[in-house]
Ligand binder design. Structure first.
Ligand code: LRH
Ligand code: MN
Length: 429
């Protein structure tokens, strides 16, 4: 395995910070022990935790207005994998990549699988794309894809999703994420029931093509690109569709796909209760589907989502194995730094949720002792778990301070010399 950042540079940086880390770790260990918690057990859970990075997040993103590329950003899946390997080498919590097709299309997927493995990376859910038209495409998605009025367009969307399953099989993935932007901008533009039925008919054909050990993750979204109605607009439409399709259909929660102030952690609990919690696209937002860095705007909400996941882990439902994935658009930062920072924020919330005193929480809930129930969560949320994450990283060969080592490696300026410049444009990729 050849990793992109020099192991000596990482060791050098870690050596300088090790004494302080050990001091912080021991102090936190004593604090957690007073609460009956074994810090090494928490560290082991953190070390086993991983979140996938989106291939499309390795490049700079943009909005409909503009995209501002940076020198040295990746221009194809091969360069994106290299950057994802930097994130995993330094952060040690992002061992898988979630690809998107046709954005990541190549001619030899067995070779791509090998290339990723050589960089220490595996593959998470594959994403289909029936929200853009490709050059030479027979039927436009301007009027929808799986829910389109035109049967040939629907069939084209079904065939594309089945082709993504085949690619995923070659990469070693076992999940297909299906997000469709289908919807309307005007009242009356389409019939709500009939457009959903067309979607369900197409989705059933995709479902029928799933290998036995695969899942289909339905991703709901309130609006954009449609601004009056969206076919799979919320968790209700998503869970009903997943129940209609069958046991291999699950629901994916993209944190940015809800109206402001929606109680997303309750949606997580509901989907789990009915055995339909399939996975996550982690990001953060203040207004719409802003795709900002996870935990950058509302870290407490992210903690509360992981608190529900910790409860779900203690009370698993059939087939409970949620896929944890990041889905962000890095418009103003270096994408590698944003994903290092986001993976840290996500793992922090996972660690904080795993040190909640659940017996105390449940006892307070049973006694209707509202303040003590809240305090059980708040106590865990306010503990700085950074030493645990850093120690887990170092023991796995990563960096105590990943962003500092990334900058010291001069990786991006080096790539700016090697890679061709990305043109100006707009849009998410
Ligand atoms: C839709 C979405 C979906 C991806 C796309 C890049 O907003 O969240 O998950 O396909 O972003
Ligand atoms: Mn998403």
């Amino acid at each position: 395995m050849t990793l992109p950042v020099s192991a000596d540079l990482i060791a050098q940086h870690n050596h300088a910070g090790m004494a302080a880390l050990e001091d912080d770790y021991d102090a936190l260990g004593r604090k957690l022990a007073r609460a009956g918690l074994d810090i090494d057990r928490v560290k082991a859970r953190v070390a086993a935790f991983g979140v996938a990075v989106p291939s499309w997040g390795a490049g700079r993103g943009g909005t409909r207005f503009a995209k501002f590329p940076i020198p040295g950003e990746p221009t194809n899946i091969h360069e994106k994998l290299e950057d994802c390997a930097v994130i995993n080498q330094l952060g040690r919590s992002t061992p898988r990549v979630s690809p998107h097709f046709p954005w990541d299309k190549v001619s030899d997927y067995a070779a791509l699988r090998e290339e990723a493995a050589e960089l220490g990376l595996g593959w998470d859910a594959v994403n289909s794309n029936t929200f853009q038209d490709q050059v030479g495409q027979a039927h436009t998605y301007a009027n929808g894809s799986l829910s389109a009025q035109d049967a040939a367009t629907r069939q084209q969307a079904v065939d594309h999703n089945i082709a993504c399953i085949e690619i995923g099989r070659q990469l070693g993935s076992t999940d297909l994420t299906v997000w469709v932007g289908d919807g309307t901008n005007f009242p009356g533009q389409q019939d709500f029931a009939r457009s959903l039925d067309r979607y369900l008919d197409g989705a059933a054909q995709i479902y029928a093509a799933l290998p036995d050990d695969w899942r289909m993750l339905l991703e709901h979204k309130m609006f954009e690109p449609a601004f009056y109605s969206t076919v799979i607009s919320d968790w209700g439409s998503s869970i009903l569709a997943a129940q209609e399709l069958g046991p291999k259909a699950k629901c994916l929660v993209d944190l940015g796909h809800h109206a402001p102030n929606v109680n997303i952690e309750q949606i997580v609990a509901r989907l789990h209760r009915f055995g339909k919690l399939g996975g996550f696209h982690f990001n953060d937002s203040k207004y719409g589907d802003d795709d900002l860095d996870s935990g950058s705007i509302n870290p407490h909400q992210l903690f509360l989502v992981f608190n529900e996941l910790a409860e779900a882990e203690d009370h698993p439902r059939e087939g409970f194995r949620p896929s944890y994935m990041i889905d962000q658009s890095h418009n103003v930062t270096d994408p590698i730094e944003s994903m290092l920072s986001s993976a840290e924020a996500i793992a922090q919330c996972y660690a904080k949720a795993s040190i909640v005193d659940r017996p105390a929480l449940h006892a307070a809930q049973a006694d209707n002792d509202t303040m003590m129930a809240f305090q059980a969560l708040r106590r865990a949320y306010t503990i700085d778990v950074a030493p645990i994450l850093a120690m887990a990283r170092v023991e796995a060969g990563g960096a105590i301070d990943p962003i500092a080592v990334y900058r010291a490696s001069q990786y991006r300026p080096r790539k700016a010399q090697e890679r061709k410049a990305v043109g100006l444009g707009a849009g998410i990729v």
